[in-house]
Design a binder for this molecule. Structure first.
Ligand code: PHE
Length: 370
């Protein structure tokens, strides 16, 4: 008996010595460009998760190949092609902005390569796709969080601000309207902006004239920061509420005092993090970066962890079909951002939080369960 065990152990050792290989995960992020905070914060979280674990159960080592798409759709799609055809990755993590993930998804789908976006929330990212999964909730959920939070706190009339260049913003606007009207709220106006705009004089004048009790800003942080500033300058007093795309330090840096009271739906807040996984992440993050955690990094850590968990369920972790099947079958994954269950569509069903800018910092208001 003893002997057999010894033989078995030495066989296993030889096997792992001679066959341990490198399993590659490609990562596509906007590390530079107008939305660089999305890429950089994702990368911060990814580094923590990678340091915590980069060895598969069978002894294989995980290698990350991170490409910067500069926040550009065409470059995002090109990056996926390169990762699949040149680098022969088993899976792809990314992107952040829904429009960019939507440019990548058909490429991954065609090459039957599992793609996991940690942060893209537009429902169309996974729609009709078998190889695209996400680690985050979708916009109908976060639109409803904003709508219900606003209405239930006495803000019964709203103007919606939509960034026409971003599928994310168009989706959140639609979701907010639906949920807000269902609750009894009234949309008293809509204004359109475009990513890259700097002058919102016309739009803030319209908002002032419509006099809503709240402004639902559905775009990203660069425009949110400038717009809220310009709105306050012309005398708009109504608070702003938005989605996950606004909660970045630039909002406070550029928005200054005008950003105070800006509320938004988000994926994670360390103040509400109680699970051992979340606590370990928060501790490691603070030790490495000496700053507060953000939802983006936490999502990236979870996306990476989900891919590893799926790989560990496959005899051959480079078997893309097996990895994809297991990613899509994710149930009860204990992530930093909470427990993640993937539904039939490939979307994560999980809780969200509401945060607010208070005294120049992002602070926690409440948790909303699906
Ligand atoms: N949800 C945004 C999108 O789909 C991306 C995002 C996620 C931005 C989390 C910030 C934080 O485009």
């Amino acid at each position: 008996m003893k002997k057999i065990t010894t033989i078995a152990a030495s066989v296993a050792l030889i096997a792992s010595m001679s066959y341990a290989k490198e399993v590659k995960i490609g990562v596509v992020l906007p590390i530079t460009g107008p939305l660089a905070a999305f890429g950089q914060t994702s990368n911060d979280g990814l580094k923590i998760a990678y340091a915590q674990n980069h060895t598969l159960k069978n002894g294989d080592t995980v290698k990350l190949i991170v490409l910067d798409d500069r926040g550009d759709k065409v470059e995002a799609a090109t990056a996926v092609k390169r990762l699949i055809n040149k680098n022969h990755v088993t899976a792809i993590l990314g992107e952040v902005a829904s429009s960019n993930s939507m440019a990548m998804a058909p490429v991954a789908e065609k090459a039957k390569t599992p793609m996991l976006t940690h942060a893209s929330t537009n429902p169309r990212v996974t729609k009709g796709k078998k190889f695209v999964t996400r680690a985050c909730f979708i916009d109908p959920f976060q639109g409803a969080i904003q709508a219900n939070y606003a209405y239930d706190h006495g803000y019964k009339t709203a103007v919606i601000v939509t960034d026409a260049k971003q599928d994310y913003s168009v989706g959140v606007s639609k979701a907010f309207k639906k949920a807000y009207e269902k609750r009894g709220g009234k949309i008293v106006g809509r204004v359109i902006i475009n990513s890259g705009d700097k002058d919102f004089n016309a739009q803030v004048s319209t908002i002032k004239a419509k006099n809503p009790s709240i402004v639902d800003f559905t775009g990203y942080y660069p425009e949110a920061a400038l717009m809220v500033r310009q709105a306050r300058a012309v005398g708009v007093k109504a608070p702003f509420i938005g989605g996950d795309g606004v909660g970045f330090p630039e909002l406070i840096k550029i928005g200054g005092k005008a950003a105070e009271g800006f509320m938004y739906s988000d994926h994670f807040d360390e103040a509400a993090a109680t699970s051992p996984v979340a606590k370990a992440y928060v501790k490691a993050f603070h030790a490495k970066y000496h700053k507060a955690t953000d939802s983006m990094g936490a999502l990236a850590a979870d996306g990476y962890g989900m891919i590893l968990a799926a790989m560990n369920k496959c005899k051959d972790p480079t078997d893309k079909i097996c990895v994809n099947t297991n990613l899509r079958a994710t149930k009860g994954y204990k992530g930093v951002t909470g427990v993640i269950n993937i539904n039939k569509q490939g979307d994560a069903v999980k809780s969200g939080v509401v945060r607010v800018v208070k005294n120049g910092k992002f602070s926690y208001l409440t948790t909303v369960n699906p």
